[in-house]
Ligand binder design. Structure first.
Ligand code: LLP
Length: 424
């Protein structure tokens, strides 16, 4: 399902014109299509119909509780990386037995909270973490279900900053150390090794790195089981790529066929933890033109959203297609323009030479495929209004997070007593 299409000359999310939303909630704002999220989840659920898998949505991609709930209501669990994300997942209504807790820096407090909540599984990344989970579980008189995250040493062929499965990356347990660590986990009080976990990176659009990593993971899984540790769950991570520009994502059916062949005959519960694939193409960022200016022989379109709202272009050189909300006439004259944000940094640039009609102050545009790692990575840098978030479902829509005024951003800052008396 395509979330954003022109309808009667206006870019719409499902059936709602983005201009209608922006006029009410202000600009910039993120708009998400619930239908597109559900359709993506459904595509994977259908592809795995022969062998139902649990899809734990990686809430880091978009942790708004309305987004999590939309996916949870369609059967998804949650993959979390902090106590805060577990709180969000629970607040959104995800059953604890569908929550996995990953991340390399779990504190004793977070472990306590996760154990108290009765989550499905801890994905463990190091020996000290394993020891700490064991200690907290004993303190609470309980047992922690654990999967070890192994590092399969596979290059996911994606942007270096979002690659996680090479041996030099900070994630996981070295492949060669895993058998000994499973032995240790099995003997530790308060720990029950239940599974094996791996995740090699994000925005992966070719099937080979997945197949290679999964094969290595399954070999190890069998070896550990052969050694008498009754693992029952294989968490194969996320990382499924989406379309930003001209990428061709792996079709869910092709992905499932690859996995199902690898796990044929293996009695195991399959878990996946995609984030981006469920929400990226379901979201757009709407922004307004503040000025059009010319300088240094270039034409700039200066917007009210920048790296404070969507940091992916500045951080990863990411590409986001930009479309005017008002559909250009078929014969409209398009001009190359550098589309930039308002932030005082040269890296605050969405793209150079984007061909657009000669937009001007007050006109609005939308950046596509912005539903993942957009709002969640926003900051208050430069103290501008934050972007509101809106969820559309058919012809209904609702604000799921209001924009925050600069005054609200500093409302809980405080001037220390010794400065209060100082004359300014
Ligand atoms: N599981 C683990 C253990 C992860 O570290 C991640 C993402 C996921 C699942 C979900 O990956 P996904 O299916 O969304 O690719 N901010 C970057 C992406 C960072 C991904 C971090 N880990 C970006 O904007 O491209």
């Amino acid at each position: 399902m395509k979330a954003f299409t022109y309808r009667a000359g206006q870019l719409a999310c499902e059936t709602v014109p983005l201009a209608t939303i922006a006029a009410e909630v202000g600009s910039p704002c993120y708009v998400y299509s619930a239908g597109a999220m559900r359709a993506q989840l459904q595509a994977y659920q259908d592809a795995f119909a022969a062998r139902p898998a649990l899809f734990c949505y990686a809430v880091k991609a978009n942790s708004n509780i309305a987004v999590i709930r939309t996916l949870a209501a369609a059967g998804a669990g949650a993959d979390t990386v902090s106590g805060g994300e577990i709180e969000r997942a629970l607040a959104a209504g995800v059953p604890p037995q569908k929550i996995v807790f990953a991340g390399i820096a779990k504190s004793a407090e977070e472990i306590r909270f996760a154990l108290g909540s009765g989550i499905l599984q801890f994905n463990v990344e190091s020996v000290p973490e394993l020891l700490r989970i064991s200690a907290v579980a004993q303190e609470l008189g309980t047992t922690a279900p654990v999967a070890l995250r192994i590092n399969p040493d596979v290059d996911a062929a994606t942007h270096s900053k979002i690659s996680t499965g090479r041996k030099e990356d900070k994630f996981g347990i070295p492949y060669a150390d895993a058998p000994a660590l499973y032995g240790m986990a099995a003997s530790l009080p308060g720990i029950e090794p239940v599974g094996l976990h791996l995740h090699i990176g994000s925005q992966i659009t070719t099937i080979e790195p997945f197949a290679k990593a999964y094969r290595r993971g399954i070999d190890l899984f069998n070896e550990i089981r052969g050694a008498g540790i009754p693992l029952r769950r294989l968490d194969l991570g996320g990382g499924f790529g989406v379309r930003y520009r001209s990428e061709t994502p792996i079709p869910a059916a092709a992905f499932a066929a690859m996995v199902l062949e690898l796990v044929a005959g293996l009695d195991v519960q399959l878990v996946f933890e995609p984030g981006r694939a469920f929400v990226a193409e379901a979201g757009a960022l709407v922004s307004s033109v503040i000025y059009r200016k010319e300088s240094g022989g270039r034409r700039f379109l200066v917007l009210d959203a920048g790296m404070n709202v969507l940091i992916r272009p500045a951080l990863y050189d990411a590409y986001h297609e930009v479309l005017p909300l008002a559909e250009p006439e078929a014969d409209a004259h398009l001009e190359p323009m550098d589309v930039v944000g308002p932030i005082c940094e040269s890296s605050d640039i969405f793209g150079r030479d984007r061909y657009l009609p000669l937009l001007d102050s007050g006109d609005r545009v939308a950046f596509l495929s912005a539903g993942a790692y957009g709002a969640v990575m926003a900051s208050d840098y430069n103290s501008r209004w934050s972007a509101a978030e809106v969820l559309v479902d058919g012809d209904r829509w609702a604000v799921i997070k209001p924009g925050r005024a600069p005054g609200a951003q500093f409302a809980d800052e405080a001037i220390p007593p010794w400065l209060e008396a100082v004359r300014t």
